[in-house]
Design a protein around this ligand. Structure first.
Ligand SMILES: [Cu+2]
Length: 283
């Protein structure tokens, strides 16, 4: 017994205002939100930051197109094959070989377009940028040791002598000063729980695990003040774990570094064991 109707499908519903109204509302509200800078990630301030933007918009576009297609594929047959005067509702269970083949082909195309494409680009970005840690020996590389704890960031730079664990090390809390246009390389660890160093404008984020030293880097290409955040829920005052990242021109930076290093040497207290947490640089 076949439930399939033999009458020709009617597409008159496509002219219906019931379909047009929500579509128009969706499109205009999406457009209006996209005009507001607060809803976007803003301009990147690091040299590799554009990669994040490209991948973000590729994924957003692919997922939006897939979503629109799925909605159309659901709504069209629902309306076309519904019961109405002169037409019996029709359905099938998709058990035929043809239906199974169609499902397999759609799944494979979806995987290749959505997952494999994004994965290939993401792996290329990781290899060429995020995992391409600059050589510690290169004098251009500015090295910073980061010790996270509930709920503060401690930063240690080697100071003018370039050696970690010496009296002229520059120690700062919740504030990091770095030179513009030079790679900044991090050695990251935590005193207590897992934290995550997040520099949103630089498009850099890396976990800090107790008992391990993790590596990360970025190269700032814009001068100014930026955010330092913790992106791992690390306890009740997690929200207080924010700081300031200052990017200075090389000349200004040299002045700052000389002064900070001098001050550190003067204030160095050999008995303050809490303050001597430096380690040998890990590559
Ligand atoms: Cu934290």
């Amino acid at each position: 017994m076949s439930m399939l109707s033999t009458s020709t499908p009617s597409f008159a519903f496509l002219r219906s205002r019931w379909l047009g109204c929500p579509l128009a509302l969706m499109l205009t509200s999406t457009w209006a939100l996209a005009q507001d800078k607060r809803w976007g990630p803003g301009e990147p301030a690091s040299d590799y930051g554009y990669r994040f933007g490209e991948l973000f918009w590729l994924i957003t576009t692919l997922v939006s197109v897939a979503f629109a297609l799925v909605v159309v594929l659901l709504i069209v047959p629902m309306l076309r094959d519904r019961a109405r005067p002169g037409h019996r509702a029709s359905f099938d269970h998709g058990k035929s070989l043809h239906d199974k083949r169609l499902t397999a082909v759609i799944s494979i195309i979806t995987f290749i377009v959505l997952d494999a494409w994004v994965l290939v680009i993401a792996m290329k970005d990781l290899r060429e940028a995020y995992w391409a840690i600059p050589a510690a020996k290169d004098p251009q590389t500015y090295k910073v040791e980061v010790l996270a704890q509930q709920w503060a960031w401690s930063f240690r730079a080697a100071g003018v002598d370039g050696e970690f664990g010496t009296p002229d090390d520059i120690l700062t809390t919740n504030e990091l000063v770095v030179p513009k246009d030079r790679p900044v390389s991090f050695n990251l660890t935590s005193k207590d729980v897992i934290h995550s160093l997040f520099l949103p404008e630089m498009r850099m984020k890396k976990d800090l695990n107790p008992g391990a030293i993790n590596l990360a880097w970025f190269k700032p290409v814009v001068e100014g003040e930026f955010s330092i955040l913790c992106a791992e829920l690390c306890g009740f005052a997690h929200y207080q774990m924010f700081g300031k990242l200052r990017v200075l021109e090389q000349g200004q930076f040299n002045e700052w570094e000389a002064e900070a290093s001098q001050l550190a040497s003067t204030a160095f207290d050999a008995d303050d064991t809490e303050g001597h947490w430096a380690w040998d640089w890990q590559e």
